[in-house]
Structures are given as C-alpha cells and as structure tokens.
Design a protein around this ligand. Structure first.
Ligand SMILES: Cc1cc2nc3c(=O)[nH]c(=O)nc-3n(C[C@H](O)[C@H](O)[C@H](O)COP(=O)(O)OP(=O)(O)OC[C@H]3O[C@@H](n4cnc5c(N)ncnc54)[C@H](O)[C@@H]3O)c2cc1C
Length: 308
C-alpha cells in the first residue's frame, strides 16, 4: 500500500507543470519544515540551534542530476562556499552531496575532480564529505567515485548503502574490505522507487536487511551511521551495539531535519551520538517530493499551506 502511495506521489511530482507551481509557492507549501533555508546564511540559526542542543549536523546543499559541466561546477562552488562558511562559524564542516549534482551522470572524471576537491576542503577544516546514494543506476559509479576520492587524499570520505537493494550485502563486503578501520558507512532503507528486480518490496524484508547490514558493518570494523526514523530499528541497532560493547566512536544515529524532532531530542538526551541531516538551497523540489512520498501525513502539511 505504501509502495503504491510512494509511486503515486513521485509520479505526480514528475508531471509537467507540477514542479513549476510548487517552486512558485515554495515555502507556502511547507518546504521550510524539511529544508532549513535557501542559503547557508538563512539556515545558520537552525544549524546553530541543533548544535547548541547537542545534535551534530551534516549539511546537504540540495541539487541532483545536473545536465552540463557548468552546472556541476556551479554546484561544487556552492558546496565549497558552504564548507568554508560552516567552518568559519564554528559549525561542523560535514557535508553530504548527491554524486549526480557533481556531474556523475554526465562525466565520472568531472565528478571525481569536484568531489575530491570538496572532500579535501572539508577534511582540511576538520570535517568530511559523504556521497549520498541515488537510484540503482548510480551505485557502481558512486562506489568507484568513493574509492577515487579516498585515493585522492580524502581518507575520511564515505558513502551510503541502501538496505532495499538486493546487491547491498555484496557491496557492503567489498566496501568493508576496501576501507580503512573505523571508516564510516551510512545505512538507510532507500528512498527511490525501484523495480522488484533490483530491490526488496516488503517492508519487513527491508527492515531485516537494514539490521543485517548494520551488524555486518560493525563486525567488519566500520563506524555505522544508522540513518532511520524507525524506532524499532533504532532500538534493535543500539541494543546490538551495546551488546557487542561498541563505543560511541563506532556508531551515530542520523535523522532528517524536521522529521520526528521529539525523537531526535530524546535520543540525544539518552546519550546517543545523534547527527541531523540538514538540507538547504534553492533546488529543494526532488528532496521535498521524496519526503512527501514517505509519509501520507506530510501531504497534509502541503494542503494546510495551500489554504492558509
Ligand atoms: C540521515 C539520512 C540520510 C539519508 N540518505 C539517503 C541516501 O543517501 N539515499 C537514499 O536512498 N535514502 C536516504 N535516506 C532516506 C531513507 O532511505 C528513507 O527513505 C527514509 O529514512 C525513510 O525511511 P525510515 O527508515 O525513516 O523508515 P520509515 O518506515 O519510512 O519511517 C519510520 C517512521 O518515521 C516516520 N517518517 C519517515 N519519514 C518521514 C518523513 N519524511 N516525515 C515524517 N515522518 C517520517 C514514519 O511515519 C514512521 O513513523 C536517508 C535518511 C536519513 C535519515
């Protein structure tokens, strides 16, 4: 049922004309609940508040699927400015990027050049770069990109594996073998609408695969970024980590800005390392559509905005 809902919302979001209307009315649609601002300056108070309350942050300068080199370079320049602004403000210079926003879909060599520059810049300011994982067509290229970025002098760069993909257990084993001890990997359920040939469709199976990936990554010596709002999974993953005697340097709970803020506070107050993924920027449409697709109640946020 949720799959049908997700397919419908993402289908409507892709219809001609819908994006234009959404962009025109932007913040009125409730975008501000999930996106901290259109610029790093606008997002700064929200970032500061999270850090002051004991939650770390990872910033995503929104964008995906650029079509030419100039757009990829402009995106990279904007991420570079964000890294510098965050570090100057004493905020974590930890950023996440979508590989296709750096041109992975048009020229892997260009994406490697831009991602390596950004990852080195972040590490020079005490931070790091994570490569988000997009739809299944980009998994091989993203894993290759990560290897290239690390080899180019950014050993703390990391990526994401999606529990719903059939290939993820094999990818995880290969990634662990190629990673330095303690390297980070983010585990998520997966946010894209994928065909059954490549992805699990039953939520019970995705949840099992999620936990199994976390456990394999921990056994392989990784730091696991457990990225979910699923309280059952968070409880089971943290119980496993505790049972295995893993310290705080071996895990982090990651949640999205604006999603379950009370849970975020509770987890931090319970002493877990918590990091909030904070999107910002003008290119919020794809990200916002996926958040609506995750939860029917979020559509009510949009409808309330329309009739306000
Ligand atoms: C830090 C972080 C980084 C991510 N990076 C990636 C990535 O690189 N690639 C990728 O494919 N996916 C990524 N995702 C998204 C992920 O794949 C899931 O689509 C998303 O987390 C929803 O699944 P869930 O695990 O929270 O569980 P769900 O079963 O979807 O949700 C669990 C509970 O949280 C609530 N909830 C979930 N989403 C929302 C929402 N939007 N608004 C309000 N309540 C909500 C649900 O109602 C439910 O109660 C990331 C997620 C996080 C938290």
């Amino acid at each position: 049922m949720l799959n049908l809902y997700r397919r419908t919302v993402l289908g409507i979001a892709g219809l001609p004309g819908v994006e234009g209307v959404a962009r025109r009315y932007g913040w009125r649609f409730g975008v501000g609940r999930f996106v901290a601002g259109e610029t790093v300056a606008a997002a700064r108070p929200a970032l500061r508040a999270l850090v002051d309350e004991g939650r770390a942050t990872i910033v995503d300068v929104l964008g995906e699927y650029v079509r030419d080199e100039a757009a990829a370079r402009a995106m990279a320049a904007s991420v570079a400015t964000t890294i510098a602004t965050l570090a100057d403000a004493g905020l974590p210079a930890v950023v996440s990027v979508k590989p296709t926003q750096l041109g992975l879909g048009i020229d892997p060599a260009l994406a490697l050049e831009l991602a390596s520059d950004l990852a080195r810049a972040a590490e020079a300011r005490g931070g790091r770069l994570c490569l988000d994982m997009e739809d299944h067509r980009f998994v091989d290229a993203t894993l290759d990109l990560l290897a290239g970025v690390r080899a180019a002098g950014a050993p703390r760069a990391s990526t994401v594996l999606q529990a719903y993909l059939h290939r993820t257990p094999d990818d995880l084993v290969a990634l662990l073998a190629a990673s330095p001890p303690g390297a980070e990997v983010r585990i998520v359920k997966g946010a894209y609408h994928e065909p059954a040939e490549v992805a699990l469709t039953a939520m019970s199976e995705v949840r099992r695969a999620f936990l199994s990936a976390c456990e394999t990554a921990w056994r392989g010596g990784a730091k696991v970024n457990v990225a979910t709002h699923d309280e059952g999974l968070i409880a089971e993953a943290t119980a496993f980590a505790r049972g295995a005697g893993l310290g705080q340097e071996r895990y982090e709970l990651q949640l999205l800005y604006g999603v379950k803020p009370a849970l975020q506070r509770r987890l931090a107050a319970a002493g877990h390392p918590v990091r909030i993924y904070v999107p910002l920027g003008v290119d919020w449409y794809g990200y916002f559509s996926r958040r609506l697709a995750e939860r029917p109640a979020n559509v009510a946020v949009v409808l309330r905005g329309l009739f306000r």
